[in-house]
Design a protein around this ligand. Structure first.
Ligand SMILES: [Zn+2]
Ligand SMILES: [Zn+2]
Length: 390
């Protein structure tokens, strides 16, 4: 089959690779209809997250049609149109029983690779996302193996288009979970750093959960426009204000947002001396992550408010723990527990309350994968997400 694979740092290629096969009785093979880029892919493409191997097929956001199932698969069958959350979960372990799906204990075949960073408690495995996250083949391909198909394949109801379902694999559940973490009450103001796919989905989800005001922070006019249009957000272009903190204070009568969501992560851009400091330290590999958005979210949040962290991080320094402690903040964070939200998200999509298809700003054939990633990475032509059809 044809697939998009990592060949080395900043070197993606399309080539012919071995077809996936049923390995365990609970596996399914999915014929991929659509897959899409994710900001978190950029971290291993450019070498910030190691443990990639040449030839690894990438891609963890996808949907398609089931081609074949193993003998133990009961809930889905050949021909079903399904969406698959990015994290692979067993559905049986203690974590899965608590609906903490991205922490599943049974789907990471190489947990020792995460030990230095996570203290020996591995995350679940994920498709196409380094050997440190399980080494599973990704979905920018004609076919992909889906382990634990009964837990991980969700049938897409009639009336929900492929392009909508596609984003229910990651951007939508991640954003939705981030808003859910905020325990939004009527009248709340939620500020969201980042207007990429996850940020926009967090903004829309905050609205669905009853936030009175959503304030979106980014620097790209076309993304801020999407936030206004699709999430009814007020917006801050951080390159146009002296201080995001002051702008938020002014917009909230001096109290600050009730909840702050970081949908940016480790490669945050920013302005000012703190950003320059982070850039230098990161370049010297003394600090892996630039944490401008995260620090700002902590400082901007009202007393007793909630910080919800969706951005991906490794190590970060100058972390303002004193602000979290003294302001009595609640911090919630996770990789997406998509399986916990999928029924709700599919219902929202079917009712037209959540339609993430607008994130698909650019479409490519799989053969054009490297060009798609290049446009996505450099946000060329207003690219929010590049979508591939094999
Ligand atoms: Zn993703
Ligand atoms: Zn599990």
């Amino acid at each position: 089959m044809r697939a998009l694979y990592w060949n080395g740092v900043n070197d993606l290629r399309v080539g012919t690779v071995k077809d996936p096969e049923i390995v365990n009785p609970h596996d399914a093979i999915l014929r991929v209809s659509l897959s899409t880029t994710c900001g978190s892919d950029l971290h291993f493409i450019d070498g910030y997250i190691p443990t990639m191997q040449a030839g690894d097929v990438i891609g963890h956001e996808f949907m398609g049609v089931i081609e074949e199932v193993g003998p133990a698969v009961k809930r889905v069958a050949k021909g079903d149109r399904v969406v698959v959350p990015s994290f692979i979960v067993c559905g049986q372990c203690w974590y899965c029983q608590q609906s903490l799906y991205s922490l599943c204990d049974n789907t990471h075949p190489k947990p020792e690779l995460q030990e230095p960073m996570l203290g020996g408690y591995p995350t679940a495995g994920i498709y196409g996302y380094t050997h440190a996250f399980g080494g599973y083949a990704g979905a920018h391909a004609q076919y992909v193996r889906v382990p634990f198909a009964d837990n991980d394949c969700f049938k897409v109801p009639d009336g929900v288009e492929d392009e909508t379902a596609l984003f229910l694999s990651d951007a939508a559940p991640t954003g939705y979970m981030g808003a859910d973490f905020c325990n939004i009450r009527p009248g709340d103001t939620v500020a969201v750093w980042g207007c990429g796919g996850v940020g926009l989905m967090a903004q829309q989800s905050a609205r669905l959960m009853g936030a009175e005001r959503v304030i979106a922070i980014d620097r790209f006019p076309e993304r801020l426009q999407m936030a206004r249009e699709h999430a009814g957000a007020e917006t801050i272009d951080y390159t146009q204000v002296d201080s995001v903190l002051d702008a938020l204070k002014e917009m909230t009568g001096g109290r600050g947002p009730d909840a702050c969501i970081d949908a940016v992560g480790m490669e945050a851009h920013g302005t000012g001396p703190q950003y320059a400091y982070d850039r230098v330290k990161q370049a010297l590999r003394l600090e892996t992550d630039r944490g401008q958005a995260l620090r700002e979210a902590i400082m901007a949040c009202r007393k007793g408010g909630t910080l919800s962290v969706l951005g991906v991080y490794g190590l970060i320094d100058k972390f303002p723990m004193g602000a979290i402690m003294n302001k009595g903040m609640t911090v919630r964070s996770a990789q997406q527990h998509g399986q916990a939200y999928m029924d709700r998200l599919l219902a929202h999509a079917q009712r037209g309350e959540l339609n993430p298809a607008y994130l698909a700003t650019h479409r490519f054939s799989l053969e054009d994968g490297p060009r798609g990633y290049d446009m996505f990475k450099h946000k060329k032509d207003g690219c929010v997400r590049a979508v591939f059809a094999p």
